[in-house]
Design a protein around this ligand. Sequence first.
Ligand code: G4P
Length: 528
Amino acid sequence: MSLPSEIKRRRTFGIISHPDAGKTTLTEKLLLFGGAIQEAGAVKSNKVKKGATSDFMEIERQRGISVATSVLAFEYEGIKINILDTPGHRDFAEDTFRTLTAVDSVIVVIDVAKGVEEQTVKLVEVCRMRNIPIIVFINKLDREGKDAFELLDEIEQKLNLTVTPMSFPIGMGYDFKGIYNIWEKNVNLFSGDSRKNIEETISIDNINNTQLNELIGDNTANSLREDVELATEVYPPFSQEDYLNGDLQPVFFGSALNNFGVRELLDCFIEIAPTPRPKESDTRLVKPEESDFSGFVFKIHANMDPKHRDRLAFVKIVSGTFNRNTPYLHVRNNKKMKFSSPNAFFAERKEIVDVSYPGDIVGLHDTGNFKIGDTLTQGELMKYKGIPSFSPEHFKYINNVDPLKSKQLAKGIDQLMDEGVAQLFVLELNGRKVIGTVGALQFEVIQYRLEHEYSAKCSYENLNVFKACWVEIKHSDPEQLKEFKRVKSRFLAIDKRGQLVFFADSAFTLQMTQSKYSKVKLHFVSEF
Ligand code: G4P
């Protein structure tokens, strides 16, 4: 198949939600439709969830939290679908933000009873900043929840979206009868006791057809007609262009657990969701159909097999074809590299691949050459933009507990930082190392992994930092910068990329510093 047709048949997306809204369940059901897994039904799917499908790490199983982000690929109706799974736990939000740099669209899962939750707000905000096309799936319709219109309002207000329902629920919870598919103009009836079956879809050419009354009863049919009429009056009609530009968000209703409404979502998704999108580099916009290969590392996963110290760098292919055993330029190191066993990911396994296309993710075995954000090209000197670090929320000094293992500790910290588990800062004043994380849980993860993977022990000491701010040397006033550096020397550190960072210990200090040194440019993200 030619490059343009391979691009045309690819959809790479992420599923995001607040924990427990049903992201894992929906992922499983999508895999089920794609024939990528065979377990049909709710009982067995739990095993899949807790088994090896999407988690690589021991620690993940132990904690029962999706620490790592994984890639699940499958084929459906001739379309190659790549799902980049994202950890729902807020402590791993940074991991999710980075994964969002590699998706071409997202599906947001919302619990019908809980509505829009905190984590959803943050993740959707990031998607909106990047104009990522969003589809909303309202889940758990088999349970009592909020009224459909109320929920659509809430989504518009809290997530700042413009929605258009593509389906509409017929009843809810105990009275849930099914879904009217506005997009396909058909009815999908639900029978709550058959969790394993995917319901037959009954096509109705017109919502006023009396067949609908026979199927769901007069009262329900009439109130559905009213609801759908109101929905089509109130909400804008679907426009693919608006959806692709991030200006309109189609909404589906269903129950992932019951396999209900999932096929409709998937069928519509493959039709409307974007094919791999162009990406901005520091020199130009790169289009997928360009013949030269290029891609970037958005995730590094280390030591999946404790017996072999291996790292896998996840590369999203942006343009051209990626071929096995072909030399590519690692731009940051200015070094050509060949990969003899690139991995492609499928639902339950990874395999060595010869050729991959834009939209695909390849896993490259790495001995420590890659960092998150690195660009690979066929020779062109350019770097992909857009994987910034945010200010961590928790800061601690990290100390070595076993003096005989200081080398192992340094190496472990170094590699964990390359993976993006946390951020390392070195204080200018005394050279002490400070670890900054988004969530408190990461400190435990780091301690655990240093001990189990690097045989190094560490302890932590609290450090009171409110925010880390990156100092932009280039555009700051030299005189004021000099004074700032002298006065604030106790609060200055260097990050992993050698950038100067200011630790503000309170919101008040930050405000005072900003007004006193107004010609010193401070940023809350590392890329400016
Ligand atoms: P997450 O990945 O977003 O965190 O959510 P996950 O899929 O793990 O789902 C969270 C819980 O919600 C699970 O129940 C799951 O079975 C349930 N769930 C998902 N979709 C539906 C649905 O359509 N209807 C209903 N009623 N429940 C749904 P759990 O009891 O927490 O876990 P488990 O023991 O079932 O795994």
